[in-house]
Design a protein around this ligand. Structure first.
Ligand code: SF4
Length: 375
């Protein structure tokens, strides 16, 4: 089927049926997939569903071994490090699980050019060369012009600037690429339509389909890296993984010039009253990472400081290709401006400490953009 946007694929599937399908996988199905991996048969999407299914839990060690081998073969021992830089916490949208939500009475801040340069200087001095720029969704306080100018400034300091901002039109993405942005991260949060509607109650983010098709617009605009993800904890994780896999397959088939990256952020405490988190335990999380690595062999997998230091250390080499380090999730956080973080981070180690841990485990921390280096 020749589809323009992922929403056309999405419309052909039902979330509840997806969960049922994954749950129906038996240990026998998982063994068939494991046999295929060992014999070199090309896996299909049905194999991916077996790998994310609860039946694969008893085979976790085997999955870890395969995942480790594939990661070594495709990415070597390099672990790319980046850090987030928040331009603003202004937001006109309300997402019930987020500290920046419009209703939350928090100090709001958008960085001035001077403050942005200060943040950039601090991060550059620390050694970072790859930065991920974030904002809330306020089209008036942080319009295209502001974001474009911010990227131009950051390009004076960093070799790679990616964005994780509100979804835009294709022509706006093109402008940001011209300004120097090379990566786009746009996480769907949840692929479950009713949950999406329930938790996104105000602002542009209410438009699920506009967000869903954002990575396609980014792909057509020509981003070199496109990151997608689901916020684990909002809805049934098996359904989220099914649709995240479907989304990745769609993008890989259409935008072969872009590297597709997967992120599986787990819910962290934030300001607000959100308490309906669906827990995803460490074994499940690891199973999802291994399944993505085994099926999507060349796809980058990102692990952020939302996860604990111990868990991040243990997952090193088993599928992950990128990690954030020394992160602050508030605008001006690196220079100590008094604002509010979007969520609490779990791994609070500095860049140096994370680099040391990576080296101690026999891997190479990479601060520049290794995709560019490889190209
Ligand atoms: S998740 Fe993004 S859009 Fe939603 S409230 Fe937070 S900053 Fe705003």
């Amino acid at each position: 089927m020749n589809t323009e946007n992922f929403s056309e694929v999405f419309a052909l599937h039902r979330f509840s049926e997806a969960v049922e399908e994954v749950n129906s996988r038996t240990p026998g199905d998982v063994e068939v997939t494991l046999h295929s991996i060992s014999s070199g048969r090309k896996l299909n999407f049905s194999d991916f569903l077996s790998l994310i299914s609860p039946s694969a839990d008893s085979y976790l060690e085997e999955l870890a071994i395969h995942s480790k081998e594939i990661t070594l073969e495709r990415f070597g021992k390099a672990i790319q490090l980046y850090t987030p830089l928040y331009l603003s916490n202004e937001c006109r949208s309300s997402c019930l699980y987020c500290g920046f939500s419009f209703e939350n009475r928090i100090p709001r801040k958008t960085l001035s050019e001077e403050e942005l340069r200060r943040e950039a200087e601090i991060l550059k001095d620390l050694g970072f060369r790859h930065i991920l720029v974030l904002t809330g969704e306020d089209y008036s306080k942080t319009p295209l012009k502001y974001i474009k100018r911010s990227i131009e400034i950051l390009k004076e300091y960093f070799s790679s600037v990616s964005i994780e901002i509100y979804p835009m039109k294709e022509e706006d993405y093109s402008e940001l690429i011209s300004a120097g942005a090379d990566g786009l991260a746009l996480y769907q949060e949840t692929y479950h339509p009713d949950t999406y509607k329930e938790y996104h109650i105000r602002g542009v983010k209410k438009d699920m389909i506009f967000r869903l098709d954002g990575p396609d617009r980014g792909g057509r605009a020509g981003f070199r890296k496109i990151g997608i993800g689901a916020l684990l904890g909002l809805s049934a994780p098996l359904g989220e993984m099914y649709f995240l896999g479907l989304h990745a397959s769609h993008l890989l088939g259409k935008y072969w010039r872009s590297q597709i990256q997967i992120s599986l952020p787990r819910m962290r405490p934030a300001k607000g009253e959100f308490s309906k988190v669906i827990r995803v335990n460490d074994r499940e999380f690891a199973r999802f990472v291994f399944a993505f690595r085994i099926y999507f062999r060349d796809t980058g997998i990102v692990l952020s400081t939302r996860e604990s230091a111990e868990f991040r250390d243990n997952l090193l080499g088993l599928g992950i290709t990128q990690m954030s380090a020394g992160s602050k999730t508030e605008p001006g956080g690196y220079q100590g401006l008094d604002t509010l973080e979007q969520f609490e981070i779990e791994d609070k180690r500095s860049l140096e400490e994370v680099m040391e841990m990576i080296r101690n485990r026999g891997y190479d921390p990479v601060l520049k953009d290794f995709d560019k280096a490889i190209l």
